[in-house]
Ligand binder design. Sequence first.
Ligand code: F0G
Length: 460
Amino acid sequence: METEAGANVKTIIEPFRIKVVEPIRMTSRQERETIIRRADFNLFRIHAEDVLIDLLTDSGTGAMSSLQWAGVMKGDESYAGAKSWFALERSVRELTGFEQILPTHQGRASERILFELMGGEGKIVPNNSHFDTTRANIEHSGAKAVDLLIEEGKRPTSRHPFKGNMDVAALERLIAEVGVGAIPLVMLTVTNNSGGGQPVSLENIRAVRRVCDQHKLPLFLDACRFAENAYFIKSREPGQADRTVREIVREMFGLADGATISAKKDGLVNIGGLLLLRNAELVRRADELLILTEGFLTYGGLAGRDLEAMAQGFEEVVHEDYLQYRIRSTEYLGEKLLAAGVQIVEPPGGHAIYIDAASFCPHIPPERFPGQALVVGLYRHAGIRACEIGSVMFGKGGQRPPMELVRLAIPRRVYTQSHIDYVIEAIGEVHAQRRALAPLEIAEEPPSLRHFTARFRELA
Ligand code: F0G
């Protein structure tokens, strides 16, 4: 790392010191065997304190900084017009250029308001790839959610630098086919969580914007991981290296008419969300819904202390030493797994590494849940909790998702390199004995979102 002092040491360090620690409760393999059986082989049924390294999600699981905790003490809990609200509004205006900012308790609350206003029967909403809650909120409104990801984004081994890009020609075809009247807005998810945490290039956002302009369509960002996306633009896109991440972020948001944000990711907080809008009539109607279901316009379902922590989080997330550490440490995990012969979605994403469970478990067919077998194996062997994104999550009613993946999502500023080295070593060991991973069947499942509560049986 080229530091200001001129030292030329290559090791990238965590750009923070640790002031508060939370002990990890160690468990033995025998103990974990009892725990996983008692949980019917579903990792969502396990108590968090029985997990050694929790990679279930990067959402709301980050560590706050000393300044954020100081903000918690400063939180103004007034019902209306709290000082903490104005601090957040200022921070987000500076970052994004948006004037109209609505606070919500998390990302899906912003989505629910947006699609109640813009969705509805007969409507079609294109995106590079909709995240599950976005899709669910669109469908709940009666509209249809369509994914228009570029082909490279669907191939695990393609090394395209911006695998989150939208297929612009496919967008034009969709508009020609269904008519502009059927499309209330176009969305872009940055980074593309469902497709491996892959970024969208500035060039692609601009191209989608041009199509939207031609047809007078609004463009919205699902901007949960906007800072990670901007860092990828800076490091990979021709002509962007000399700009600051802040400048790139400003341009990304400047190209959009609105955005939904879960602050649980790049807001560096444990709870919170935002809805950004420009259209005055839309703002008026969104304000009404916000008051109806979230809370008054200056707190939106959050405590004053949460607003204060968010204001500071949105400042810290664009620090380039933080982003360099963040993106590099995820990449480190991905590279080491590839070197150990474990196929992942390449190149490594921003917030997570996605293991190709179908190639990890060639002896387990999709209907016997290779991803679930792997997450059970990782917990049993090393106490690691990961998330299946494959036939358990999406395979209801005999449907098959395109890939059987296991996501290792990295909480922000929580684990050190030795935690990650432990994960790498453990996955290598499970890989060496992967034929021992047992196929599973579902013993009991609810009518929807079965991955959260289903019970499994191992077929030895
Ligand atoms: N959009 C994207 C791209 C997301 O990744 C998420 C959440 C949401 C919207 C919804 O935000 O949870 O605050 O309501 N993703 C989490 C995950 C849950 O584990 O990937 P939320």
